[in-house]
Write a protein that binds this ligand. Structure first.
Ligand code: TXA
Ligand code: MG
Length: 352
């Protein structure tokens, strides 16, 4: 299949951009696939109400079909059709955080095929704030099922280049909307249980959810770092976000971490490896290795969230085979950063 790549700037949705979005919407209505930007990561979209589209998504991603997809909507009026009964908590959270990086799990209606939900009676729903995504959802008839636009297991794409790398020839169209703003996938909260439970941490933190709902729990598998527990979001059990090389996270006092990483990097280099280091603006000048990258600034950890997946991909491009990363605070957005970083490292952590 020939994949058409079109460039659209989110801030300039003019006539020609709308024309492209209309074309993309028609592809989706006809059962085809379109990769598109959202504020979190790029999505690999198909018509959420067409069972054949979901099958195509699983095939293009190489994803197990028991791993359910998120349904993206653009308008509140569209919620009723896909949900059995919209819970009060969903209305409150939508008022606070939609459109935005929050996915809510509710009981599905008959309109949503089981191929979309991986056989579950519940459906995950998100209203993205990215304007290209919103226009595309409307042009497609209201409901786009979209996992992250990477081949299963790889870091989610935050720039179109990596969508193209993973999906060229497998989808009808890729919309290049530049680098996304958040860089980590949405927070997922399950509203079908009491109290509501966070299944995947993201930009919308537990503290932010706590301010709207009376009580929110967090799936223990996210914080316990215990591989024997079964995560409640089926997708969280799979190996994820993995760069091609071996990544190790080093935890501890900043000076010690720096010395230890430099020592290990030198030893690995002496053995013929190409070594990469993930650090921060505060520490970058203290490191030496083949490739040293700052993910961002510890004063504003959202900068780190934005760059992390891109850096993991860049290390692959540069054929780095051994990587070390500093560790991050496990609160606020740091919890989402550490959740992804731990998975990328296969939970390979050294505590100093
Ligand atoms: O930010 C995002 O959420 C991005 C963009 C494209 O919107 N999408 C995304 O989709 O990250 P994906 O498929 O890569 O991750 C969806 C996660 C998986 O872990 C899946 O198991 C979980 O959501 N999930 C989906 N439906 C679920 C359900 N009904 N119950 C429990 N977990 C569910
Ligand atoms: Mg994903």
């Amino acid at each position: 299949m020939e994949t058409k790549v079109v460039k659209i700037e989110e801030q300039i949705i003019d006539e020609s951009a709308l024309e492209s979005i209309k074309e993309a919407g028609q592809i989706l209505k006809d059962g085809g696939l379109v990769a598109f930007p959202t504020e979190t990561v790029y999505g690999l979209g198909g018509d959420a109400l067409n069972p054949e589209s979901s099958k195509k998504i699983y095939a293009a991603k190489g994803r197990p079909s028991d791993n359910p997809l998120i349904v993206h909507i653009a308008d509140m009026e569209h919620l009723d059709k896909i949900v059995d009964k919209v819970p009060e908590s969903a209305i409150k959270l939508a008022k606070a955080f939609w459109p935005g990086p929050l996915t809510m799990i509710m009981n599905k209606s008959d309109a949503v095929p089981y191929t979309t939900t991986g056989g579950l009676d519940t459906v995950a729903i998100r209203m993205p704030s990215n304007k290209i995504a919103a226009e595309l959802i409307r042009a497609a008839g209201g409901y786009i099922a979209a996992p992250s636009a990477n081949v299963s297991g790889r870091p989610s794409p935050t720039v179109a280049k990596y969508c193209i790398e993973d999906l060229d020839g497998k989808v009808e169209m890729i919309i290049d909307g530049g680098q996304v703003g958040i860089g980590l996938e949405s927070t997922i909260v399950d509203l079908t249980v009491e109290p509501a439970m966070i299944l995947r941490p993201g930009y919308i933190t537990r503290q932010m959810l706590d301010e709207v709902l009376e009580q929110v729990e967090i799936d223990r598998t996210i914080i316990d770092n215990n591989s024997n527990l079964k995560p409640k979001a089926p997708g969280m059990k799979y190996r994820h976000y993995a760069p091609k090389g071996q990544l190790t996270i080093i935890e501890g006092d900043s000076d010690k971490v720096c010395d230890y990483i430099n020592e290990q990097a030198a030893a690995a280099k002496a053995q013929g490896h190409k070594v990469g280091i993930i650090c921060t603006d505060e520490t970058i000048s203290a490191y030496s290795a083949d490739v040293v990258k700052s993910a961002g600034n510890r004063e504003d950890e959202s900068t780190i969230a934005r760059e992390l997946f891109k850096i993991l991909r860049e290390f692959d491009d540069e054929k780095v085979d051994i990587m070390y990363s500093e560790s991050f605070d496990d609160n606020g957005i740091g919890q989402a950063i550490m959740n992804r970083l731990l998975k990328a490292a296969g939970h390979n952590v050294i505590k100093l």
